[in-house]
Write a protein that binds this ligand. Sequence first.
Ligand code: NIG
Ligand code: FE
Length: 414
Amino acid sequence: MKTLFKNIKELVQVREYNISFVSGKDMSVLPTIKNAFLVVENGKISGFGKMEDCPKTQNTEIIDLSGRLLMPTWCDSHTHIVYAGTRETEFIDRIKGLSYEAIAKRGGGILNSAKQLQNTSEEDLYLQSKMRLDEVIKLGTGAIEIKSGYGLTLDAELKMLRVIKRLKENFNVLIKATFLGAHALPETFKNNKKGYVKLLIDEMIPKVAEENLAEYIDVFCETDYFSVEDTALILNSAAKYGLIPKIHVNQFTAIGGVQVGVKCKALSVDHLEEMRDEDINALKNTATMPVALPGCSYFLSIPYTPARKMIDSGLPLALATDYNPGSAPSGNMNFVVSAACIKMNMTPEEAINAATINGAYAMGVHEELGSITQGKLANFMITKPINSYGFIPYSFGVDVIESVYIKGKKVENK
Ligand code: NIG
Ligand code: FE
């Protein structure tokens, strides 16, 4: 089956040859072709170019995209979309003056979600998660990383990871699974962190690996959660099972999480709201992708990742939603791209690079997705008639996506 998309007003994020990611000044370059065509065959991109070079085709479905832009789907490299129930009562408590930390200290926060998840059946958890995945695909997400971490017992963590596995089997978008058993200390280990870390290392990680339920390992490296030493211990144990680190660092305090991530060859270090110069320097000339989560900064009213300073010092940067019930209850990558421009002073070119090719790298799918490149999967979105790609971040909160294609197939009921 062959489909030709013709008269595309602008084909965005075109890369003739595949690249892993873009950094520093290169982030401000977003290659495009105006008045373009794109050919899709067997779910993959098989050709593209200027309309004047458009091939004459037979037995081909033809779709006219006059006035519309076509660009790769977003790669959301950091989410927690498998969760049970919601936490808007905590949200209201915060409006009334309680802090996120204070809510967590009295048993709310991650532990609240863990209690709800432990009491939810696997089937119900799947249905709740599936609804969120359907929703974000319609918002233009074509690849998504999903973490466990709201189980905090072996059984409940495995339940989460099996739900992710079922999502992988039933959806056409690319999904990567991350084991985040080290998200918080469960109630039963309240005064026994050593015991929980031992459980993670001796039982949970081996079981997750044995059942082949995750590609990545994550730790919430943060004051009052897991120290740099705990993090190193967990990452090194997981490495023996081939689990690659993608970790939560520098959200509230800078305690050396970036450095331990780089040392353990993390694919990404995520959050980075609190960045010291030494943290920025530690990331230079490494293969570790820094990931900013502006939806979390917005929702918790905490600082935004210093994107300008990081990019200006030559670093790459990826953007993701952090979709979760406590600190970012939205999986809308369009909003994330807007917030990056409005609040972090990133240009539309930088933000789109951060949410496509760099996001793809941060979740290990840059060979298959993240740009319009021959041979890559035909996961792309088509905008409504708009003037330019700058309109996407500019018109914050407005849905400018007309349709989404995953492996060349149009997503229904968009
Ligand atoms: O990425 N920081 C740690 N974990 C999540 C939020 C956890 C929650 O509040 O449920 C995050 O922000
Ligand atoms: Fe997170």
